[in-house]
Design a protein around this ligand. Structure first.
Ligand code: GDP
Ligand code: IMO
Ligand code: MG
Length: 438
């Protein structure tokens, strides 16, 4: 058995999809273990773009793709993705997975409006119903996959029962469900029928796989700074992208994992919340009239627009204070550095190595205290820029200044940057110590 997890080390959109696809070449299983279709993972093969929200990105390789219990699953999106693929999917969905229902979207939208009214600031959720669905899971009223794909009458009864409660919740926000009860019953009964064949006890399947000589990828969604507990709460998602959560989602005891921290050569964030190195005037949504020229440059070259929502992502310099923190939480064995090509052409490149807080230099990340983070200023080390690197396929071919940038990450974290991505395509990759499955 070899098990590798692919974890976002920042605020999401680090390029997890690309790394999962690379590992997928010789994998037997790919397992999504948290989040839902708030994720948007992009894989580009021979110029063709594939975007995954509900399906694991490894699906493209034709390997066994599993959705584990802590995922919140939107069957409307899943069916769309399955039908949109030009190949068969070998998919298994854990019966315990909680299902996103139309009222979760309604409540997500209503809560965001309420937050804006009360505090002047929304989280900037994807409106995919993620938070409200996790709430139902935890308050023990969620509809689970075995119910969706099971007996029709039982599903109908469950929908009727929950619908009435959700009407009351939405009424509190002076709104009502976007869909009529019968519409939801008809839609979800049909979805349940078409997904019936996919039920699989993921815990059992992965337990067996771990006993054999199987290669397993655990595919994270979002990023550690969006973790419900260890991220910048409340400006976070409602799940645990961190590596430790894999075990309770899949239902296996803790095992030693190779943990690849996917790290973009700069940072981006969709949604509100503090980003100490932000170059967009700390502002959400982005107002480019207030942005630094570097932010506009990187956003353009890096196409930093949300895969799921189409919103401009805020951009900032690489933050080693935050990265050291997410390394501690996840125990990265290595870093996969992505989008280094998007820094090409800049005269100078900054990396935050510390923060200044009221005149004091600090290096520990207090990710939980947003007021404190908002008072921090980045303390930068400045590097000389480098030219085009998109054609580099070996470390040797990289310019000296690009190597210095990579070295700064390794020196700080004490782990290797095992792979460097210099473009979105599969082949636009420099392999160093990164090991593909055998
Ligand atoms: P994920 O959510 O972590 O899977 O990342 P996304 O797919 O949302 O965002 C990453 C974007 O950057 C996608 O459009 C990728 O195709 C693209 N990408 C990934 N690696 C690189 C890279 O090294 N260079 C460039 N220019 N684009 C990249
Ligand atoms: P991938 O997997 C970037 C952000 C949203 C919002 C916050 C909460 O592609 O990296 P939610 O809808 O989850 O309740 O929104 O989390 N967010 C992401 N940002 N990449 C993602 O996924 C994200 N998934 C959620 O923008 O700020
Ligand atoms: Mg994404």
């Amino acid at each position: 058995m070899t098990a590798v997890c692919v974890i976002g080390s920042q605020w999401g959109d680090e390029g997890k999809g690309k790394v999962v696809d690379i590992l997928g070449e010789k994998a037997d299983y790919v397992v999504r273990y948290q989040g839902g279709n708030n994720a948007g993972h992009t894989v580009i093969i021979e110029g063709k773009k594939y975007t995954f929200h509900a399906l694991p990105s490894g699906t493209l390789r034709g390997i066994r793709s599993l959705i584990a219990s802590e995922v919140v699953l939107d069957p409307r999106q899943l069916v769309k993705e399955i039908e949109g693929l030009d190949r068969e999917v070998d998919l298994g969905i854990d019966p315990r997975t909680t299902i996103i229902m139309p009222w979760h979207n309604d409540i997500d939208i209503a809560r965001e409006a309420e937050r804006k009214k009360q505090t002047g600031s929304e989280i900037g959720t994807t409106a995919k119903g993620i938070g409200p669905c996790y709430e139902d899971d935890k308050n023990r009223s969620g509809i689970r996959f075995y119910e969706l794909a099971g007996d029709k009458k039982r599903l109908e009864d469950r929908i009727k029962q929950v619908y009435e409660t959700k009407k009351k919740v939405l009424n509190m926000y002076n709104t009502k469900p976007a869909q009529k009860l019968q519409e939801v019953i008809d839609q979800y009964t049909k979805l349940g029928e078409s997904l019936k064949g996919y039920e699989a006890d993921v815990s059992l399947e992965i337990s067996d796989a771990l006993k054999g000589k199987k290669n397993i990828i655990f595919e994270g969604a979002q990023g550690t700074l969006l973790d419900i507990k260890f991220g910048n709460y409340p400006k976070v998602t409602s799940s645990h992208p961190m590596s430790g959560s894999i075990f309770d989602s899949v239902g296996i005891p803790p095992i030693k994992l190779r943990t690849v921290g996917i790290t973009k050569a700069y940072v981006t964030k969709v949604g509100s919340g503090p980003v100490v190195t932000c170059l967009d005037a700390g502002q959400w949504p982005v107002d480019e009239t207030k942005s630094d020229a570097v932010a506009k440059y990187i956003r353009k070259i890096g196409k930093e627009v949300g895969t799921t929502t189409g919103r401009a992502r805020r951009v900032g310099w690489l933050d080693l204070v935050a990265l050291e923190y997410t390394h501690r939480i996840n125990g990265f064995s290595e870093i996969a550095l992505t989008k280094l090509d998007c820094l090409s052409g800049l005269r100078n490149i900054n990396i935050a190595t510390a923060y200044m807080h009221k005149g004091k230099k600090i290096t520990d990340y207090k990710g939980w205290d947003l007021d404190f983070l908002n008072e921090c200023e980045p303390y930068y080390e400045t590097f000389d820029g480098f030219g085009d690197i998109t054609d580099a396929r070996t470390y040797r071919k990289l310019p000296k200044n690009a190597k210095k940038f990579i070295q700064a990450i390794e020196d700080r974290l004490n782990i290797p940057v095992s792979i460097v991505s210099v473009g979105p395509g599969r082949e636009e990759t420099i392999y160093r110590s990164f090991k593909k499955f055998k």
